[in-house]
Design a protein around this ligand. Structure first.
Ligand SMILES: [Zn+2]
Length: 124
């Protein structure tokens, strides 16, 4: 069900975007590929292609991964005792996997918040 502009909440837009769904109806797919926003929702025809996330999702993904992986590494014993090559063999794939997993979700949430706060499609 689509949501009128006056009733849009940041939380519902955030949740719908986080799950990769259209922030307007919560049913159609937000992405047409890994990170490409579909131009229109297949379910409600909302113009999802107008939302521009730019570098915001990358910035927040780096912030989240840094707090989940990098900061705890400072307190883990194996970082100081294992050879550097082993540490990198564990840490780098973890960072890459977490980043690639989070990036589309963060972008979806970013678009969902834009939908809620009024970055509406411009009439032309
Ligand atoms: Zn929709």
């Amino acid at each position: 069900m689509s949501t009128p502009f006056q009733q849009r909440s940041i939380w519902s837009g955030f949740q719908r975007g986080l799950s990769g769904k259209c922030p307007h109806c919560g049913e159609g797919q937000l992405f047409s590929s890994y990170l490409k926003i579909a131009p229109r929702c297949a379910s409600c025809a909302h113009d999802t292609g107008v939302y521009r996330a730019d570098d915001g999702p990358a910035y927040f993904t780096i912030l989240i991964v840094g707090h989940i992986v990098i900061a705890p590494l400072l307190f883990l014993e194996f970082v100081r005792t294992w050879p550097v090559g082993w540490v990198l063999a564990v840490v780098i794939p973890t960072i890459v996997a977490l980043t690639l997993t989070l990036l589309p979700r963060v972008k979806g949430a970013f678009v969902g918040v834009q939908w809620a706060v009024g970055d509406r499609p411009r009439s032309s």
